[in-house]
Design a protein around this ligand. Structure first.
Ligand code: TYD
Length: 202
């Protein structure tokens, strides 16, 4: 049983979600609410080591190995940080969660979706967000925001990112109550306003 609120931020690299999660965190803090602002991969000490492996390793990584590393990071994150925070009534804002694995490893790397759903469920003990916001922007804009120095995931190519983007839109169609899409080609202020509207509706 959880008392807090669990909100996840999703979208392709360079979609602007990190700016928006910071703004929402400030919004809650100004209202006197306790929050945990966290991210995947890479929260906690073990998470930071897994993140380093995932993003900076320059050898071949099989899609299955990549998936298991993201899932291992998630399992530790849920047990060690997210669940305890929710149990004490904190609002948890998480930059990427299970839908990233569905979009990137499922749609992007074209792994079996049902298997990823099963593994996500195993890694999280079934913990689902109350609200997931997908920040949608065309691939040209998102890759130009990422800029010149790309990590291993960001170097995956335009076709990969088009599949990831389509994947997120598909996920939102499948779970319309939980997953909401915001067009993030709009200004930072307008996108923030839309985020607040979604959160106030919760
Ligand atoms: P990060 O630098 O945190 O990117 P961003 O700021 O866009 O979130 O790198 C995380 C990368 O890992 C990003 O390219 C998405 C990818 N990723 C997956 O492929 N699967 C996952 O399950 C997660 C959590 C992230």
């Amino acid at each position: 049983m959880k008392d807090g609120l669990f909100i996840t931020f999703e979208g392709a690299d360079g979609c602007g979600k990190t700016t928006q999660i910071t703004l929402l965190n400030e919004y809650f803090n100004k209202a006197g609410k306790k929050t945990l602002l966290t991210r995947e991969p890479g929260a906690g000490i073990l998470g930071a080591k897994i993140r380093e492996l995932l993003l900076n390793y320059d050898g071949e990584v099989s899609p299955n190995c990549e998936s298991f590393l993201f899932l291992a990071d998630r399992a530790q994150h849920v047990e060690g940080m997210i669940k305890p925070a929710l149990e004490e009534g904190t609002i948890v804002l998480c930059d990427r969660y299970t839908d990233s694995t569905l979009a990137y490893q499922g749609y992007g790397r074209e792994l079996d979706m049902e298997r990823i759903k099963y593994l996500n469920n195993l890694a999280t003990s079934g913990l689902k967000p109350d609200l997931t916001i997908v920040f949608d922007v065309d691939i040209e804009t998102s890759l130009s925001r990422v800029g010149g120095s790309k990590d291993r995931m960001e170097s995956a190519g335009v076709d990969f990112f088009n599949r990831v983007r389509r994947g997120y839109l598909e996920i939102a169609k499948q779970e319309p109550d939980r997953v909401k899409i915001i067009d993030s080609s709009d200004t930072i202020e307008n996108v923030h306003r839309k985020v607040i509207e979604l959160v106030e509706n919760l």
